[in-house]
Design a protein. Structure first.
Length: 362
């Protein structure tokens, strides 16, 4: 087995052995605070660790090749298990679910999961690379999906094909966006990860293309998630530069957040033709208002995107533990949370063995 795979398995084993779930009686009261007074509001659910893209900043081909040890089918949480965990999180105050991965539309019958989750009093969104939206948008909407976020890293084919590294053209992602629009999954957010000297020339064309469309482009700083994307601070283009470049071409003005803890900072075109957002996890950390928790493909809870360890809820589910026990475990995990990785990031922390984004969910 290659050293690379042993390293990745090591990372997973670390997560497995960290499955210490305290046995305290913590009932669900609809408001659960961590050690920094942050409530849990937003549950991100990864439904697969597989993807049909090999984006250079997320699942580089050199690591995610044919020998990569993806999770086996039996290791994945079933839809019943996901629904049960989501229900217990909602009782603790979660009001938004985001389905992600990997590429979530690769998970067979994903619309059946959406249908189950849509019975809960929450908003349900999904992040996708858009490739399967032409076939699936209508069924997702009918199942109860509220909105989609589509990732697209450039408007020109050369750059986009280089970023996704599977030779996928821009036009087919645009077809996916159109299909989502036609199905009523609105407003659509379009995520562009910005890597300096790789796709930063695509910022202004991207903003120009979607201006007036009703869709909201969000420019994301390249982050040091996982351990395989070779992250370097030099490759991060600060969001302030993104705004300055767009503003020089199409005047912008800042607008307030839609709700407390919103990840993106919002800006609108001064001529009233729409808005854009920037997500500045590296240069302007927003840990102090982070209300997000992540459920990995195999049922571990991660209280930070940059975590090195998770808490194994699947073990509790499959051991036949009661809802009260699992509710209590979730409460104990969140109450012990003190994460603020982006506030303490250094070159040293960036080199830690963190969980891959494709596994923990974007
Ligand atoms: N496959 C889906 C997609 O393409 O949107 C969902 C999973 S993907 C991991 C979720 C989001 O994370 C995407 O918008 C992707 O661009 C973003 N992402 C992945 N790696 C990133 C990194 N290193 N820095 C910033 N954003 C990243």
């Amino acid at each position: 087995m290659s050293e690379k795979i042993i390293h990745l398995l090591d990372t997973r084993t670390a997560a497995r052995t960290a499955a210490v779930v305290p046995d305290l009686a913590i009932p669900a009261t609809g408001r659960l605070d961590d050690t920094r007074g942050r409530a849990v509001r937003d549950l991100r659910i990864s439904v697969t660790d597989r993807c049909n893209f090999r984006c250079v900043y997320c699942m580089p081909k050199s690591v995610f090749d044919k020998d990569y040890p993806y999770l086996a089918r039996a290791e994945l949480l079933s839809f019943e298990e996901i629904e049960r965990i989501a229900t217990l999180f909602v009782a603790h105050g979660v009001n938004k679910l985001r389905i992600t991965g990997g590429e979530p539309l690769l998970r067979k019958n994903i619309e059946q999961l959406i249908e189950r989750l849509a019975r809960l009093p929450v908003e349900i969104t999904l992040t996708t690379n858009g490739t399967l939206l032409p076939q699936k948008a209508r069924a997702l909407r009918d199942a109860g999906l509220t909105r989609v976020t589509v990732s697209l890293d450039a408007m020109d084919d050369d750059t986009f094909r280089r970023m996704n590294d599977v030779d996928f053209p821009v036009s087919q992602v645009l077809e996916g966006i159109d299909a989502a629009h036609a199905a009523g999954l609105m407003p659509i957010k379009v995520n562009m990860v910005v890597k300096r000297d790789t796709n930063d020339h695509a910022i202004v064309p991207m903003a120009r293309h979607f201006k007036g469309s009703g869709h909201i482009v969000r420019f994301i700083e390249f982050m040091d998630v996982g351990s395989s994307n070779g992250w370097k601070m030099d490759e991060v283009l600060p969001s302030a530069d993104v705004i300055a470049r767009i503003h020089a071409d199409m005047p912008l003005e800042p607008i307030g957040a839609n709700y407390p803890g919103e990840v993106a900072q919002r800006w609108r075109h001064v001529d009233g033709s729409g808005e854009i957002g920037v997500i500045s996890s590296v240069t302007q950390a927003f840990c102090s208002s982070c209300t997000r928790v992540r459920l990995s493909t195999e049922g571990k809870i991660y209280t930070c995107l940059f975590a090195t360890e998770g808490h194994d809820l699947r073990a509790l589910l499959r051991a036949g533990r009661s809802d009260a026990d699992i509710t209590s475990a979730i409460g104990a995990i969140w109450q012990a949370r003190g994460d603020r990785y982006s506030e303490i990031r250094t070159a040293d922390t960036a080199a830690r063995r963190k969980i891959e984004m494709s596994y923990i969910g974007g």
